[in-house]
Design a protein around this ligand. Structure first.
Ligand code: ZN
Length: 203
């Protein structure tokens, strides 16, 4: 199983990090060792003083595919979820400055929170799903999938031109504005529409 993440997929988040708006999706991967086991707390790693939360819509691939056409992409998933792409922002900023790959800042152990998954049929329009993240019960991030620069089906088509998508692969589709630092004893709660999808305690 692999995790493919999309960077810079929401305009307001691009602006808050003062990044350039990309002309094609930005992709990176997390290994399977990055998955935070269910119901485990997230321990802030020693190598960073600035771990950020990034809430993201997840798509679980249920069919093998490569060179998938956008118009057929909806046949390659039937469940979505919600996750956090934990990011060591201090490290990432240094790596970005040097033009180096982001793995150390993005692919570390437990950096991928993955919720339970729900059937897409539950939603009228996959491109208009509201999601949000609360830190200590205060809303910090919210958006709808309509605000994505590249929609889910376009992302699947794009990713599959480079990487074969396999059953069980998970796509992190990018984070909206409002990212920020986590501190010890924070509680992060992710919601898809009004449904709580995960709760993570930071230690
Ligand atoms: Zn992200």
């Amino acid at each position: 199983m692999k995790i493919i993440c999309v960077g810079r997929n929401y305009t307001k988040h691009i602006d808050e990090l003062q990044n350039e708006k990309p002309t094609e999706p930005v992709l990176f991967c997390k290994p399977d060792s990055a998955v935070l086991p269910k119901n485990h707390p997230f321990y802030i790693p020693e190598f960073s003083d600035e771990i950020h939360y990034e809430v993201e819509i997840l798509v679980k691939i249920n069919r093998l595919g490569k060179h998938i056409d956008t118009s057929f992409a909806n046949r390659y998933y039937n469940e979505i979820g919600l996750g956090i792409d934990f990011t060591a922002r201090d490290l990432q900023d240094k790596l970005k400055d040097k033009g180096l790959p982001w793995e150390k800042a993005k692919a570390f152990d437990n950096s991928a929170v993955i919720s339970k998954f729900v059937p897409v049929e539950q939603y009228k329009n996959i491109n208009n799903i509201h999601f949000s993240l609360y830190k200590n019960d205060i809303l910090v991030q919210e958006a709808t999938t309509s605000q994505m620069l590249w929609k889910i089906d376009e992302l699947i088509a794009y990713i599959s031109t480079f990487m074969t998508l396999k059953i069980g692969d998970i796509i992190f589709t990018g984070t909206p504005a409002g990212v920020g630092k986590v501190n010890i004893n924070d509680k992060l709660t992710g919601k898809l529409e009004n449904k709580t999808m995960f709760e993570v305690n930071v230690k």
